[in-house]
Ligand binder design. Sequence first.
Ligand SMILES: [Zn+2]
Length: 270
Amino acid sequence: MYRLEAAVLRRRNLGESDRILTVFSRELGKHRFVAKGVRRPGSKLAGHSEPFMISRFMLARTRGLPILSQVETRSAYPRLRLDERAIAVAGLIAERVDVLTAEDEAAPNVFSLVENSLELLDSGAEPARVLLIFDLLLLAEAGFRPGFQTCIACGEALAAEPNAFDLERGGFVCGHCGPAPAGARVVPVNVQKVMRMIDRGDIGQVLAVRVPTELFEQAERLVAEYVATITGRDSTATRVIRDLRLEYDYRSDPSEVEERDVDRREATGP
Ligand SMILES: [Zn+2]
């Protein structure tokens, strides 16, 4: 038997009444096990193994996946559960942790990041800000910290102007280094500023600064594309963005914008 303190990332039904849970734990990082009978009415395990809470799990080793034997809730974050946007962000946080971490590799900093983010959401912090803070810090922990200060091509300090973010190389390209590559997104100055603020670790300032939420959402769309480029996976967030056609200013390739506009007209036609 062994114990884990963990948050549930994903649940998959198994057989008639069981579930496979993927959790992120303080002790072992991402970890999977079976919760037997958890879908039966009145199961003692069910209420404590919901997403977006932190629980203490007691597990039994087997030849296959470990089996959940006991669980108790440590933090239920009840206020988070009353806010649809906070729930959506908590879901994205779980998804990002799932795609950017390896199984059974302890990453206590990532666990603390998840825990702090759930606490912030529960305390009523603006969900879009919490998500961007989480994502940029998680990318840094996972070894994909984007460069915000200098051009990734020439190394010169970036000017306070709309610079292009190269999704493939994970950093900004300055105006002197020629036209932005095809896989780049032009990022407004204020969006760059909030991202740099998070990168510097000024989290209190990011939560308090009086700027429109739209800036954080714009930054988040860029991050979602960057994560999709890194993982080669189409996350829910990326699909949502594409469906809504919330693209950046494609300065590098204006014809692409026109083509997309045509697509949209066709898609919404009779
Ligand atoms: Zn440059």
